[in-house]
Design a protein around this ligand. Structure first.
Ligand code: ZN
Ligand code: ZN
Length: 358
C-alpha cells in the first residue's frame, strides 16, 4: 500500500525546491513507510529512502518496511538522521515545522553539516494524505461499519435511565469487543440542554425520557479512523426540539449533496450554513461543516469558512452541521463520505430520520 508514497513525496519536494524531507511526526512516518511503532523517522528525497528507529523496533521495522528503505538503528534518532546527510554541496532539508519542537529544531540545527539548510516545510505529507488510495477508503469504510454496528448494540440496551457516561463506556467497550484497536476519540454522549455543548463530556447524569441525545463516536481499525454523529430522541420531544432536528437534517442533506470534486471546503460549508442562518440560528452553528478523516480523525481538508482546498476524488470528509441553543437543546448529524469522480459515497449507514430510543 505504501510503495508509491516516497516517490509522491519526492515529486512534491521538487515543486518546493527541496532536496530532502525529514519526516518525524509518527502518523506521517506510518503513512510513508508502513511502520507502526512509537519511535521512528524518515529522510526521503529523490533516490533517498532512509528510515531511523531504535533497537526495540529492529525486527518490527524489518517486517513492516519494504526493501527500498535503508534501515538504521540508533539510540538518538535526530543524531543518526543528521549524521547520514550529504556533507558537500548545498542541500535544502525540509522539516515539519508543525510537529518539530523548538528544542528539536535547535538540536537538528546543531547536528546537520554546514552545507545543509533547514527549511520549514510542514504540511507536505499531510497534503498527500488527504487523497486516499482505494485500500485506505476500504479501511475507513470498515471502521465506519464496525462503529455503526457497535452503536446499534448499545442502543439495543436503551438510552433513557442510563447515565451518559455509562452509554459512552459501553460504546468504547463494544467497539473494542468487535475488533477495533479502540475508539478514534472519546465518544460524546450528551442529552437535553447538555447537547448544546458541541464537545460535551459525558456526565454521571441519567438520561431522561423525552429529550434529544447526541452521540458522536468513531472506531480506529487497522490504523484508520471513522467519525459519525447521530441525535436520538428518548420519547416524545417538544415541538421546538423537533424543529431544530429537522433544520439540521435539511442542512446536512444539502451539505452532503454539495460534496463532489470541484468546490472548495468553504463553498460546501456555505451551502449548509445558509440554511441554518436562514432559519435564524446563525450564531448557534459555531463550528465548521466538516473535516478530513484518515489515519487521524481530524485531518485535511477542512470544510469550513477557512477551507480553501478544492474537493477531489479520494478525499474522505465529514458533513456535520449542528445547532446548539445554549441552555435548551443541541442537535448534530454527521456522515462520513468519500469524494468520488462524479459525486460522493456515504460511508455511514445508520438512518437519519429522527429515531426514538427509549
Ligand atoms: Zn464526530
Ligand atoms: Zn467530525
Amino acid at each position: 500500500m505504501t510503495a508509491q508514497r516516497p516517490e509522491s513525496v519526492a515529486a512534491a519536494l521538487r515543486g518546493r525546491e527541496l532536496d530532502l524531507l525529514f519526516v518525524s511526526h509518527l502518523v506521517n512516518v506510518r503513512w510513508l513507510t508502513g511502520f507502526t511503532g512509537s519511535s521512528g523517522a524518515a529522510i526521503v528525497g529523490n533516490g533517498t529512502r532512509r528510515f531511523v528507529t531504535d533497537f526495540r523496533y529492529l525486527s518490527q521495522s524489518e517486517e513492516q518496511l519494504d526493501g527500498s528503505w535503508e534501515r538504521e538503528i540508533a539510540q538518538d534518532l535526530l543524531e543518526q538522521a543528521a549524521g547520514g546527510l550529504p556533507s558537500n554541496g548545498p542541500v535544502r532539508l525540509g522539516f515539519d515545522d508543525e510537529h518539530v519542537s523548538v528544542k528539536q529544531h535547535e538540536k537538528l540545527r546543531r547536528l546537520v553539516p554546514e552545507n545543509v539548510e533547514l527549511v520549514a516545510a510542514g504540511g507536505i505529507v499531510e497534503e498527500l494524505r488527504m487523497v486516499k488510495e482505494p485500500e485506505e477508503v476500504e479501511r475507513i469504510r470498515a471502521a465506519a461499519l464496525l462503529a455503526d454496528a457497535a452503536l446499534e448494540r448499545v442502543l439495543g440496551r436503551g438510552l433513557a435511565g442510563r447515565t451518559e457516561r455509562d452509554v459512552a463506556v459501553d460504546l468504547e467497550t463494544e467497539v473494542r469487543h468487535m475488533g477495533a484497536e479502540g475508539v478514534s476519540f472519546p465518544p460524546i454522549v450528551a442529552s437535553g440542554p447538555h447537547g448544546a455543548l458541541p464537545h460535551a463530556v459525558p456526565r454521571d447524569v441519567e438520561i431522561p425520557e423525552g429529550v434529544l441525545v447526541t452521540i458522536d463516536w468513531g472506531a480506529q481499525l487497522d490504523g484508520y479512523a471513522s467519525d459519525c454523529t447521530r441525535t436520538y430522541a428518548t420519547g416524545a420531544i417538544a415541538d421546538a426540539d423537533r424543529d431544530v432536528y429537522e433544520l439540521v437534517q435539511r442542512a446536512q442533506a444539502a451539505g452532503l449533496a454539495a460534496v463532489r470534486p470541484g468546490p472548495t471546503g468553504k463553498e460546501v460549508d456555505a451551502v449548509a450554513r445558509e440554511i441554518i442562518d436562514g432559519a435564524g440560528h446563525a450564531e448557534h452553528f459555531g463550528h465548521g461543516l466538516g473535516h478530513g478523516v484518515g489515519l487521524e480523525v481530524h485531518e485535511g481538508p477542512r470544510l469550513s469558512r477557512q477551507g480553501e482546498t478544492q474537493l477531489a476524488p479520494g478525499q474522505v470528509v465529514t458533513v456535520e452541521p449542528g445547532v446548539y441553543v445554549p441552555g435548551s437543546v443541541g442537535v448534530r448529524i454527521e456522515d462520513l463520505v468519500v469524494v468520488t469522480e462524479d459525486g460522493h459515497e456515504v460511508l455511514s449507514t445508520l438512518p437519519k430520520d429522527l429515531t426514538i430510543v427509549h
